[in-house]
Design a protein around this ligand. Sequence first.
Ligand SMILES: [Zn+2]
Length: 554
Amino acid sequence: MRRSQLLVFTTCYNERENIGRLIDQIIQNLPHADILVVDDNSPDGTWEIIQEKMATCPQVVGVKRPRKLGIGSAHKYALFYAMREGYKTLITMDADLSHDPKYLPELLSAHGPGVFVTGSRYCPGGSCDYKGYRNVISRLGNFAARLALNIKVKELTTYYRVFDVDSLRSLPLHRVHAAGYSYGVQLMYYLRHAGVEIREVPIHFTDRTRGASKIPRAQIVLSAVDLLNLAAKRLLIFRDLEPDTFVHDACSNCGDRVLAMKQRGSRDPKNITRTTEDSRAYQCTSVGNRSYPPVYTCLACGLEQVPESLMPERLELFYKDVVDDTYLLNIDARTHTFQRVFDRIEPYLPRKQHPRMLEVGAYCGLFLKEAERRGWSAHGVEPSTWAARYAREVSGVCVHEGPLSENLAKLDRKYDAVVSWDVLEHVRDPLGFLRECAGFLEAGGMFCFSTLDIDTWPPRLLGRRWPWLIDMHMYYFDRHVMKDMLARAGLELLRTESYTHYARLSYLITGAMRVLPQAIGRLLRPLTRLVPSGVLVPVALGDVKLYIARKTAN
Ligand SMILES: [Zn+2]
C-alpha cells in the first residue's frame, strides 16, 4: 500500500548479512520513502530478516519469489510496481551495501520531472574500490556501451538510479530483455531514445565487505552479446517501439499483479487486443493460423499468460462449439501417440483390481479407449458437443459433455488416476483446474498430463513462428512454474519428460509449410508427394512436456 510518493527498491539473493543494515540506513537517509525488497527465495535466511523489518517498519514491503528469476527481472518488477501503485519517483540500488545510502538525498535532489539520475563511479568526483581484473572489466564494459550506443554518460552499468516514474510509461519495456546483467544498459538506452534527460551524480562504489559477489563470468560474455545486439538495433530501423499497454490482472498462479508484456496480440499491432473471437481457432488442429495472442509474464513467479481481461469472454462457449474433422484424418497417429503415452505413465499408476480413471478434456475418446483396453474403468468429460458424441458413438467410451463442474453428479467421487492431455494451456484458470482435478483423486492417486514448456529451444529459436503460439493457448508454462503450481494444488511432481507426439510424415511436412516463411514452405511441397503416406514419425522437441504427479493428501 503506497504511503509516500517515493519508492526505494532493492533485490537480494543470499544477503542475510547486509539486508537489515541496508533497510535501516535507507530509513535514516530517507525517512519518508517506502521501501520494496524482492527476495529470490534466498536459502540463507534473508527472507526472515525482511519479514522482521516488515513487522516493525510499516514502509517496508517484501516480495518473495518462488525461485531465482534474476536481477533484471526483479528490477523490471520494481518499474511495473512503481507505475501500478502510482509512485512519482523510484530509486533502485544494490542490496550488498556497495551503494552507500548516504548518497540518497543527493541523488534525489538532482532529480526532477523527465530526468533520470544515475550514481556514477566514473564521472568527475566518482570513485570505485574495484582493483585489477574487475576494474578493467567494469571500465571496458562502460566504454564499450558508451561507444556502441552513443550515450554520452560515463556510467551505464550501475543500478544506483533515480527514475521519474511517469517517463517509464512511454517506454517499450517489453523490448528490454530482463534475463541478464545487461538489463540496466538496455533500459538506459531506451530512456535516452525516449528523450529523457540523463544526469550523473558522483558516488564512491564500495566493494562488498560481507557475503560473496554473484556475477558469474559467463554473464560478462552474454552481456557483451546483448550489447552488440542493441548496437545493431541502433543502426537498423526500429520496430514495435510503441509503449507497453498496462494491465493489472492478477497472475493465475501466484496472484501478484505485476504482469509485464512479452508479446503483443497480432490482430492490430498498434493496440493490445483480446484473443480472437473466431471459434475455428479453437480446434485441436488449428495450428498455423498465424495470429498471436497477447502474452504477459508474471514477474513475481515467471508464468507466461494471456491476462484475464484480454481473454475472449466466450472462451468456454467456443470449446462447446468446436467441430474438428481434420483431427480424425490423423486418427491412427493419435491412437499410436496415446498408446505410447500410456506405456510411459503405466509404471507410476496404482496397481489394484478394478482401477478407475477420469480424463478431463477427453476429446474424441481415443485415450480412454486405450485405458479400457488395459483394464481400466474409465470416464471422461469433454466440452465439445461434437467430440463428446464421437467419443460415445464411435470410440464407444463413457464421455460426458460439458465442463467438470457441470458433470459432478455423473462422476465417481474419487478416482485412482486423473489424466488430461494438452488441456491445461487452454483453460481460463489453470490453478483452479489443477485443484479440481486433484479433488477427484484418492490420496496417493496419480495425475498425469501434458502441456507446453516455453523454456525450451523451439520457442526461443522460432519466436513468433513457434507453432504453439496461437490464440487458443492462454498459458505458456515452464518446468519451474509447473512444479510451483502443482504444489499449490496439493500435487507432488514425480517426473517430467518430453511428450512424444506421433504424426504421419506427410502431415508434418504440411504443418511445416504453414509455419515456415512461404518461399521456404513452397520448396517442401514436392516432398508431400514423395513420402509414403502411412509412415508414422515421433516428434519430441521438448516444447510439450509430460508431467506425472501424485496427490499428496486429501
Ligand atoms: Zn505469478
